[in-house]
Write a new protein. Sequence first.
Length: 158
Amino acid sequence: MTDGDIDADEILDRAGFDAAENVLTRRQAEVLALRERGMAQADIAERLGTSRANVSSVEASARENVAKAHETVAFADALRAPVRIPVDPGTDLYDVPQRVFEECDDVGVKVSYTAPELMKRISDEAGDAVVGRQVEQRLLVGVTSDGEVRVRHRSDPQ
């Protein structure tokens, strides 16, 4: 498939894009759709009749909006979670599951993970906030009433 064969409107339609229900503008969604399929910014600019700098700016804004949307969902999940455990920098990741299990037991929530699965989930969701076994940035581990675990990480205290 060549760049000319990529139909952004078809991609957005198949993905169910609705500008009225989305944090992205149609142009942002279009640029992301084309970039995710490997199209260069210069080629997108030519297709859209604009500059590469404008496409770069639209893409950066779109990615920032996506990151903010993810953070908003994580925040809403944390608010709903009956169990919220702050994990400070310097904590050994191996100490976290026991804290999670104890706090969940206190409120009658069954965790859907074993200790090793929980450590992996926390490490994976925390990204670079966990290095090896060491928590490097403050984490908030939330457990929903159905036992799902959500992890937020922020470099500033919450």
